[in-house]
Design a protein around this ligand. Structure first.
Ligand SMILES: Nc1ncnc2c1ncn2[C@@H]1O[C@H](COP(=O)(O)OP(=O)(O)OP(=O)(O)O)[C@@H](O)[C@H]1O
Ligand SMILES: [Mg+2]
Length: 420
């Protein structure tokens, strides 16, 4: 898509459980410049999955309108994130004989086709086939086999699958707003593009994007993705715990959590007193910040314990010299990094999007990790620059209409939506 001055424009739509974020960026020679950001509270999702098409479409439309106004341009298509417990990741292999004496692009396509041919339940479909490395005859650890000589090519990949209807519902919501889908991207993969360094991915690192509805995990080692998982515990449960313990409305619990919350009670002092609104006409009460932290800590501990279990199951627990990187809104709570270090016993840091310019105050926030990562993923796909984006699926996502085929339809829907 191009803007007024013929510059290339990219758009990210992060349809999260707490908020929908639309981010518009211009592709510059030296990177991405963020031109516009729009956010709107999300009401139509539960644990990362669309449960109400109309309210989700309304939230998308509001976020897009705000971003368009800020950027001063109109958008027609977007890269869209997907998450939820319906996502599965598995490692797979494919083997082909090479046609000719050296590896061609079509040999690589054939070997990736063979690697992604995994038996799937009828309601699941392949979302990504992410290259790990290749084995060419006896040579292992080949990152880019194109042009190399050999007779037998083996590919190792990480295949990500998702529920067909979950992806279709996301596409439906976006198209209802008159926007074509450039591609649907696994959210933790997108977040990894935004917050992880190449060194961390090379060494071995675990990314955890802790949002409102789900905590999404992606493990990298030797520069490639090795394991993905989704844990259905995140910020909404923390808010719910506070609302229950304090018997205060959810909106107040959310505000108290963000303003005074701490995930490690020993970092707070009993003398720090906060005011808590009560339900109904009862007067507000006073509460020590330490008591609040004691209500928050068990939920973060439970989440980190489940992540540690997932690390064990993946077989990568001992192979993460790059440590754990937390991102997403729920990772911003004071004490979360410190508590995570106690549970994982490896270094943990808070990851914010980097490698972008424009509106930095706004988008250099862990809440926008997925949005910025979607833009970086899109840029890598457009440029065919797989050095910057070595993990991107180089093949079209099966079953999705290409943006060019449905852009006019999307624009028509947008016009109808705007003029309702
Ligand atoms: N400073 C903060 N401290 C603690 N929690 C916070 C803070 N800021 C935001 N949150 C929490 O982060 C969550 C929202 O994070 P985020 O925007 O990453 O989620 P999302 O992308 O909408 O959801 P999901 O990825 O699960 O679908 C909410 O639960 C919110 O309460
Ligand atoms: Mg999210």
């Amino acid at each position: 898509m191009t803007g007024e001055s013929n510059e290339r424009i990219l758009v990210a739509l992060d349809i999260g459980t707490s908020k929908v974020a639309a981010v518009i960026a211009a592709v510059r020679e030296d990177g991405l410049e963020i031109l516009g950001l729009g956010t709107h509270p999300s009401r139509g999702l539960k644990k990362g999955v669309v449960v109400n098409i109309e309210s989700t479409a309304q939230a998308i439309s509001a976020a897009v309108d705000e971003a368009q106004q800020m950027a001063g341009c109109r958008i027609h298509s977007a890269w869209v994130g997907i998450a939820g417990s319906h996502i599965y990741g598995l490692n797979s292999k494919g083997v082909v004989g090479i046609h000719g004496s050296e590896v061609s692009a079509s040999d690589i396509e054939r070997v990736l086709d063979s690697a992604r041919a995994v038996p799937l339940p009828s309601n699941q479909r392949v979302l990504h086939t992410l290259e790990q490395d290749y084995l060419l005859d006896n040579q292992s650890g080949v990152r880019q086999p194109l042009g190399m000589c050999g007779v037998r090519l083996e590919a190792r990949v990480h295949v990500v699958t998702c529920a067909m209807n979950a992806a279709q519902n996301i596409e439906k919501c976006v198209e209802l707003c008159g926007i074509a889908v450039d591609g649907i991207v696994l959210e933790p993969l997108a977040s990894a593009f935004a917050v992880l360094t190449e060194d961390e991915k090379e060494l071995g690192v675990c990314l955890v994007d802790i949002g409102g509805g789900t905590s999404d995990i992606a493990i990298f080692s030797e520069g490639a993705i090795r394991h993905t998982a989704v844990i259905p515990i995140a910020g909404n449960q923390v808010t719910h715990d506070i609302a229950m313990m304090l018997r205060t409305p959810t909106a107040d619990a959310e505000a108290i959590k963000i303003r005074y919350g701490c995930a490690l009670s020993k970092m707070t002092r009993a003398e720090q007193i906060i005011k808590v609104p009560s339900v109904g006409d009862r007067p507000p009460r006073e509460l020590s910040r330490q008591t609040l932290a004691e209500a928050i800590e068990p939920r973060y501990e439970e989440l980190f314990a489940q992540i540690r279990e997932e690390l064990r199951r993946s077989g990568y627990e001992e192979l993460l010299p790059g440590g754990v990187v937390l991102t997403g809104g729920t990772a911003k709570m004071e004490g979360a990094v410190e508590l995570a270090e106690e549970v994982f016993q490896i270094p943990v840091r808070l990851g914010s999007p980097y490698g972008i310019s424009g509106l930095l105050d706004v988008v250099q926030d862990p809440i926008y990790a997925s949005s910025v990562g979607l833009l970086q993923y899109g840029r890598g796909r457009l440029a065919g620059d797989f050095d910057r984006a070595p993990l991107a699926d180089p093949l079209p996502i099966d079953g999705f209409k290409s943006p060019s085929a449905n852009t006019w339809l999307a624009r028509l829907k947008r016009w109808i939506w705007d003029n309702l």
